[in-house]
Ligand binder design. Sequence first.
Ligand code: FES
Length: 156
Amino acid sequence: MKEVAAILESQGTGRDACVKVLQEIQAVFGYLPAEALRYVTGHSQITARQIYGVATFYDRFRFKPVGKHIIRTCHGTACHVNGANHIGHAVEEVLKIKPQETTPDGLFTLESAACLGCCSLAPVMMIDDTAYGRLEPRKIKQILRKYTQAAKAKTP
Ligand code: FES
């Protein structure tokens, strides 16, 4: 828990540091590991109840490990009227997972979003920081293949 100790040292141990501490823990681990949260409650004024309240209020916090790539399919109004459901189903069908799940190989985690901020491209999904717009279900397999092939190419 050296990393968590360093985070508490830089962000402080008061209750007001809770959000920043959780953000940094997630930046380091990719999610909020229970062990790290126990360390925080044992070495600061931040309580388990406060952590739970903050972590469940902001949907960017995660309690489970995530895949290498985060796919966010948009279900905001513009995307919804332009067929977001078909896009979501196409992703689920190709990856064989449901929203909030991670593929068994740890490559993808699927999430849904209320609006990704590029409504003129609806329907949209993002993979990490890359937006894919004006999607059609038939394009999904091809897009995802780029990521699976890149992962295979890196495997020795
Ligand atoms: S509604 Fe999908 S990007 Fe805004």
